[in-house]
Design a protein around this ligand. Structure first.
Ligand code: ZN
Length: 226
């Protein structure tokens, strides 16, 4: 795999004011509108733009109300991973809004039903979660839904096996780094409220700051030992 073919994939979550009660620890993933616009400006103007992909998780209604128009204004497109169990609830996309995103040229994938930790579900629970969300979103979209973003980035071999078994062709994690187009699992990097411009530049250009390289090396060493 030539490194030149690898992609960097960013994850956005909510933008602006949440229209629902947030989960514990979730607020750090919500960006103010100005910060969101500035991040999109950087992506649109980036020399590696052709190798950058944009995703949104959780199916917040800010996907359509705020994010999509800002994307179109910059000639950008994105894939939106929706929670089928929240569809139509306050603060989340409803079926018509999901279809509106598609009409704007955006793609729709599954984030599961209820934002649960897939690595903690039993096999039957996981199979139900993956099949139910796929069917519900396909009924809304009218096209096959074959990509999934793993909630909280938590997965194991059983999760990947279940995703393939449920008919998903691509899965997205939150592991950071670059993604090989032919791989089943595509790592992504979250943009958070505390993501500075220099960290964002590292994410977009695929360069890892030394402290993170060190930490990753240490992490690998620990895993290899234990
Ligand atoms: Zn999520």
């Amino acid at each position: 795999m030539a490194a030149a073919e690898e992609r960097r994939i960013v994850i956005f979550h909510g933008v602006g004011e949440p229209g629902r009660v947030l989960e514990p620890g979730e607020s750090r993933y919500w960006l103010g509108v100005d910060r969101f616009r500035a991040a999109l400006d950087r992506i649109a103007a980036h020399p590696d733009r052709q190798r950058l992909s944009i995703t949104f998780d959780d199916g917040n209604d800010s996907d359509l109300l705020i994010a999509a128009p800002e994307l179109l204004r910059r000639g950008l497109q994105a894939e939106f991973f929706v929670l089928s169990g929240r569809t139509g609830q306050a603060g989340s996309l409803d079926a018509g809004q999901i279809r509106e995103l598609m009409q704007m040229g955006m793609r729709i994938g599954s984030h599961g039903v209820a934002h649960s930790d897939w690595s903690g579900l039993s096999t039957p629970e996981l199979q139900r979660e993956l099949a139910t969300s796929k069917e519900a979103l396909e009924a809304i979209c009218g096209v096959p839904v074959s990509s999934a973003a793993i909630p909280f980035g938590r997965y194991n071999a059983a999760v990947l096996r279940a995703l393939k078994g449920a008919g998903y062709a691509v899965a997205y994690s939150s592991d950071g780094g670059s993604a090989a187009p032919a791989a089943f699992l595509h790592p992504r990097t979250s943009l958070r409220r505390d993501t500075t411009d220099s960290i964002l530049e590292n994410i977009l250009s695929g360069t890892m700051p030394p402290w993170k390289r060190l930490r990753r090396f240490a992490g690998m060493t620990v895993r290899a030992w234990f």
